[in-house]
Design a protein around this ligand. Sequence first.
Ligand code: SF4
Length: 451
Amino acid sequence: MTQITQLNRLGLFDAKVPRYTSYPTAPHFNTGVGPDDFANWITAIPQGDRISLYVHIPFCRRLCWFCACRTQGVQSDDPILNYITRLEKELQLLAQHLPQGVTLSQLHWGGGTPTILSPDAMTRLARAITQVAPFSPDYSFSVEIDPNEIDAARVRALVAAGMNRASLGIQDFDPEIQQAIGRPQGFEDTKLAFDMLRDHGITSINADLVYGLPHQTPQKLTNTVQKLMAMLPDRIALYGYAHVPWMARRQNLIDSDSLPSAQQRLTLFETARDLLKWDNYHDIGIDHFALPHDSMSTAASNRTLKRNFQGYTVDPADVLIGLGASSISKFPQGFAQNAAATSQYAQAIEAGTFATSRGHAMTTDDKMRAKIIESIMCHFDVKTAEILDNFDISRAQLYALFGQVNQHFEFMLDVTDQGLFIPERARPLTRMIAQKFDAYDPNAAKHSSAI
Ligand code: SF4
């Protein structure tokens, strides 16, 4: 039996499963968590601790058809400046609750298009943030850069504010694919953005590619990967296109007949992966790649890699606070999400309260399953000692769980005294394997393709 036949029989090419950037996943959040819980969880952060901050900028000059991000198209700057004013107010609320001496180990601006901000607005926002929590000595400040929305003045403002990492959205360089996903982006513009960032001292650059796009073939993806490798990004995220038009209505503009099949998606992923590995990139988790010198490669090899809403992270902080509309915060106690609509977010902040609209308070069982799922997504294994040492479960119970999962996957997994391990040939099933440890109703939300 070939690997493809077995993966097919196990349902890989039909499965719709979460990407597990959190456990429980966001569709299982509930309205039982509100602004008071959020405030209490902030107050409980130990004095002098390091935290991570995510700021969501939900605006774009154009709306690309493939994109499922929470964002809105704007042509004037007024809504953006009003939004910055609200972020400043949200930061003031945060300052009222944050214990003394807290510093930022990581700051990330995402969106939307953070580079839609004018240089002055960037400076204003960065100042408001660091007045509330200054950077830790070894901080990382990364910004998602749209190569179509960046110039030297913006890069200068970001570098002056402390940016030391950048992430560029590329998807695919092929013009036919770009047309089919409503995102024209010249190769020269992307190259210019790389050069501009490096000229201003940014030495760590991530690039996002997407496989599974309309009209994409292994040949086209090979061309894209080769062009990208010539620019030598330190990290590459190779995301699978999630066609979820029931959630992101603009995806209805994409002709679903032009999308590769699930089996073709696997071939596309493996084509890009093999090229990147051939060129000295380490594969990290299910969809990231990093050069050997990059901290993500180090984190993967010393088991400090973590999973968060941006995918994978090397951030050591236990607390991630999300600011802005729809942002999700993560605490040891649970998750808290801001109102998704910008208007509702603004209303809450103007009324002087946090904008938390839903979330999830973690139970002990949630914490154990979250640890198991994060370990599967980051390291393709579950180490028995890591679970038994930290959670109230017996070896017999844990191995009963391992046994059920292994049986479901026709004993493709390795279960030993040390734990459960996903061998190379079973790695395309990783998200499905993680789902077997998920105690919540997997049918509660429609998810994206498992591959
Ligand atoms: S891909 Fe970027 S620019 Fe396009 S809609 Fe999404 S966030 Fe906006």
